[in-house]
Design a protein around this ligand. Structure first.
Ligand code: PAF
Length: 286
């Protein structure tokens, strides 16, 4: 597997792959890979001839009070994991690890913004976050020229926003969203789980308990999101006394429009601070 750090080299290699008539599947990541990322890489492997995984801790998507220096990193371990998961396909694969100063030159000033979908949920709490995500992913699309891209459902709003961007800007890229991979107790896998100490880790399962409660209530015929939301808050409090719910939102799956009554396609997203660590999760309820 080739590790490429230069944008020019990555562009040249992508051109060569395309010239050989091979297809490319892209898996953009910020590294510190876990089983959730590896499931995206497996999916990419099934989708195209060549898998390009990118590792870039994108400064533009961190807010002023979010510490990018604290973000967990393990480049060597990541490369080993990608090689193992790709098996024979690793021979043709590429890991692209661009340098920050190459992605964002000193005079960088061109941003990609998805207008409406980014005003709600995470976007309402982290106003500059999605602009950073869409800009870097557009750059990665331009550099690697993928036929397909794979994102995880764990970052539900991110997937919806990036799918919109892909459509709006006319990228000829198959957009794949793979299911969330969970730990045995239900906690959604995330690189940010590395911030959790033992007690927090145990309590972090409150998000999954709350979502599962919502799903069970919907199965039992409850459709009022107010009723479901307050039960979810009770479950969170019972599991984690210290938890602070940032939001619990019920939205249409594709448009992220809020709904009062559950119907086909309603999704529930939530963000909770577990002893200072902010976690997000989501589930389609019907
Ligand atoms: O999901 C992530 O890890 C990041 O937001 C992404 C899509 C790689 C952009 O930096």
């Amino acid at each position: 597997m080739q590790t490429i750090r230069s944008i020019k080299k990555m562009q040249a290699v992508a051109r060569e792959i395309v010239a050989k008539g091979k297809t490319i599947a892209l898996v953009p990541t910020m590294g510190y890979l876990h089983e959730g990322h590896l499931s995206l890489i497996r999916r990419a492997k099934k989708t195209a001839d060549v898998v390009i995984t990118t590792i870039f801790v994108n400064p533009a998507q961190f807010g002023p009070r979010e510490d990018i220096k604290r973000y967990p990193r393990d480049e060597k371990g990541d490369i080993k994991k990608i090689t193992e998961v790709l098996g024979k396909a690793a021979a043709d694969a590429v890991v692209f690890i661009p340098r920050g100063e190459d992605i964002y030159a000193d005079d960088f000033q061109s941003w990609v913004t998805v207008e409406k979908l980014t005003k709600t949920l995470e976007g309402a709490k982290r106003p500059t976050h999605f602009r950073g995500v869409t800009t870097v992913v557009a750059k990665l699309f331009n550099i690697t020229r993928p036929d397909a891209v794979v994102f995880g459902m764990k970052d539900f709003q991110q997937a919806v926003v990036l799918r919109q961007m892909t459509r709006d800007l006319g990228y000829p890229i198959k957009f794949i969203v793979a299911s969330t991979v969970r730990e045995k107790d239900g906690l959604a896998m995330s690189s940010r789980n590395a911030y959790l100490g033992d007690i927090e880790r145990w309590e972090a399962v409150c998000l999954y308990y709350a979502l599962s409660t919502a799903k069970e209530m919907v199965k039992a015929g409850v459709t009022d999101t107010k009723v479901i939301g307050s039960e979810m808050r009770a479950v969170i409090k019972a599991t984690c006394r210290m938890a602070k719910v940032d939001y619990i939102a019920f939205t249409e799956f594709d448009t992220l429009k809020p709904v009062k009554t559950i119907s086909k396609g309603t999704s529930c997203s939530l963000a909770v601070h577990v002893r200072g660590v902010r976690l997000i999760d989501n589930m389609k309820l019907l």
